[in-house]
Write a protein that binds this ligand. Structure first.
Ligand code: SF4
Length: 387
């Protein structure tokens, strides 16, 4: 593992030059020692973009002592992104409820009695009003979710209305993401032509555990939609949900699948289940924050140039717990009253947190492409030096 070797080299040179390995922890470092430590930090170890991770390598990353893992993730984060930048995104449900799919965590599935009623597609003006409001409050990415099995389920007229929404939200200067279920290649190309930045389609969990979570579509259906999205030139947003009853090996398998796609998803949402009343998972125990943090950090190490999004479940985290996730490499949050149908963090509390932690919002389109360029350059350099 090249990144690990380099990290160890960086740590070794720090110790050798400062004598830190033999110094009493109570001894304050001299100014030259601090300078050298800063130099090591600024010459951040090189984290190449790799899509050839083995399951054992992912397992080794995931199961490290948490402090070591968070440190590595923090360094990987700094190699590709300004670590103080955290993107604010807003997610709006443009078509709520009545979904024919059976996702056992979802309040919008018509298979369960959750109290969420089926509603029609929102009017364009309502969506634009919400998008403008989100933009004015600092969001630079606007995500629109429809509770559909897929676009083919609803036909061309409704899809045309969604394309119009994409076009007009994009014209507001925001990144635009959509999550509309399964897509054909033709539908993906139409979304690209309308200006869609990214398409969200989560794998949710491991291939082995997936049939226990969804019975109406397969893992391969999901992967096929990811493929047509990628082929259309749209950024891929794909992650998972913790707390579904999966094992650590399921999390490792999910991360392995994501990190060995032909190209990493540009965006990796990490969700913690918010149990919904009436769903089969309503009594699931909450995911401990250190498990959420461990998953975020592993995602950051495996896919260092991707946006890692601290998504659903943030509402139950204290600010210090959120900070742990940011240190571990999360660089995006969702703002707004709701995440589709689940509650989300209060805006004022988020603003206080940003100010207290010295966080800054990420401008639209600013870092994704730069990180990608950096990643490509780094990858080239790695190939050159190792070849
Ligand atoms: S997660 Fe999406 S596809 Fe699954 S039931 Fe909910 S709205 Fe439908």
């Amino acid at each position: 593992m090249v990144w690990r070797r380099r990290l160890m080299t960086a740590e070794g040179s720090d110790h050798a030059s400062t004598g830190a390995a033999t110094r009493s922890p109570a001894t304050a470092p001299s100014s030259s020692q601090v300078g050298e430590a800063r130099a090591v930090a600024s010459a951040a170890p090189h984290f190449p973009i790799r899509t050839d991770w083995t399951v054992d390598e992912v397992r080794n990353v995931y199961h490290q002592p948490l402090g070591n893992l968070v440190l590595q993730a923090a360094l990987a984060h700094r190699a590709y992104f300004p670590p103080e930048q955290v993107q604010r995104c807003t997610l709006l449900s443009i078509k709520t409820g009545g979904c024919p799919e059976t996702c056992t965590y979802c309040s919008q599935s018509s298979a369960y009695k959750t109290g969420v009623r089926a509603e029609p597609l929102l009017p364009l003006e309502t969506v634009l009003e919400q998008a403008r409001r989100a933009r004015d409050r600092g969001s630079t990415r606007f995500c629109m979710g429809a509770a559909w099995r897929g676009v083919s389920q609803v036909g061309p007229r409704q899809f045309q209305r969604v394309l119009e929404m994409v076009q007009q939200v994009r014209a507001l200067g925001m990144e635009v993401c959509a999550t509309l279920g399964l897509l054909t290649a033709e539908q993906a190309r139409a979304l690209k032509a309308a200006g869609l930045t990214a398409y969200n389609h989560n794998l949710d969990t491991s291939r082995a555990f997936y049939p226990q979570i969804v019975s109406t579509r397969t893992y391969d259906d999901r992967l096929e939609t990811l493929r047509v999205v990628r082929d259309a030139g749209i950024h891929v947003c794909c992650g998972g949900i913790l707390g579904l009853g999966e094992s650590p090996d399921d999390r490792i398998a999910l991360l392995h699948t994501l990190a060995t796609l032909q190209q990493h998803p540009e965006s990796v949402p990490v969700n913690a289940l918010v149990p919904n009343r009436g769903t089969p998972l309503e009594h699931q125990q909450p995911v401990p924050v250190w498990e959420l943090c461990r998953t975020i950090a592993t995602a950051r190490v495996l896919m260092p140039a991707s946006m890692v999004r601290l998504s659903a479940g943030r509402v139950s985290l204290r600010p210090a717990e959120q900070m742990l996730c940011f240190v571990a490499g999360a660089n995006s949050i969702f703002t707004g009253d709701k995440l589709l149908t689940t509650p989300n963090n209060d805006r004022d509390t988020d603003e206080v947190m940003f100010a207290a932690f010295g966080l800054q919002g990420k401008p639209p389109f600013a870092m994704g492409d730069a990180a990608r360029t950096h990643a490509a350059a780094s990858h080239g350099a790695e190939v050159a030096t190792s070849g």
